[in-house]
Write a protein that binds this ligand. Structure first.
Ligand code: SF4
Ligand code: SF4
Length: 179
């Protein structure tokens, strides 16, 4: 009986070996899916919802959509966002109003959960696919999302199709390093 079991185990082992080799050969003949990075920089593709960098789109007139409400900052679980606001006099109404001074984002502590973009009532921030962020010091990961000299996009004039098309139209995602 021992001899029979011994021979049986040899054939079982060979069968399992063939199964493994079958899977190996199957994948060997399949088209390659490995991406040759960084050679493929120009042609690489991402998933639609891939989150790599929080950005604040500005239009051609350096306008953004941030109303400095702080919802993104309050919804962030680890204090990655700091919204600094200031008071200005509204040129139309003459009343003081809160405007964005600095929208600071620490890329080094972001966990890319997306809670900030979900909480934003105006769609002022969004994630881009840009993921190459290697720097030598951590302080260079502290970014200012609003551009210097930028301001809140004016409300579109009623019944003006052109204004609806232009205002808030993102043309570029820019994050300015604060250091
Ligand atoms: S993705 Fe999450 S961790 Fe990153 S800034 Fe937004 S809320 Fe904070
Ligand atoms: S980015 Fe959005 S949520 Fe954050 S302060 Fe600006 S308007 Fe509010």
């Amino acid at each position: 009986m021992k001899v029979l079991n011994y021979i049986k185990n040899i054939f079982v082992g060979l069968w399992h070996l063939c199964q493994g080799m079958y899977v190996t050969m199957l994948n060997f003949c399949r088209p390659k899916v490995t991406l040759q990075y960084p050679e493929n920089r120009g042609t690489r593709e991402y998933g639609e919802r891939f989150r790599a960098l929080l950005t604040m789109p500005h239009d051609a007139d350096n306008h953004h959509k941030c109303i400095a409400c702080g919802m993104c900052m309050n919804s962030c679980p680890n204090g990655t966002i700091t919204v600094v606001s200031k008071m200005e006099t509204d040129t139309v109404t003459g009343k003081p109003k809160k405007v964005l001074d600095k929208h600071l984002y620490n890329l080094g502590s972001c966990i890319f959960c997306g809670l900030c973009t979900s909480a934003c009532p105006t769609g002022a921030i969004r994630f881009s696919n840009e993921f190459e962020h290697s720097v030598f010091t951590k302080d260079r990961l502290l970014l200012q999302l609003n551009r210097p000299g930028s301001s809140l996009a004016p409300k579109p004039a009623p019944n003006t199709q052109t204004a609806k098309q232009d205002v808030g139209k993102p043309v570029e995602n820019v994050a300015t390093k604060t250091v």
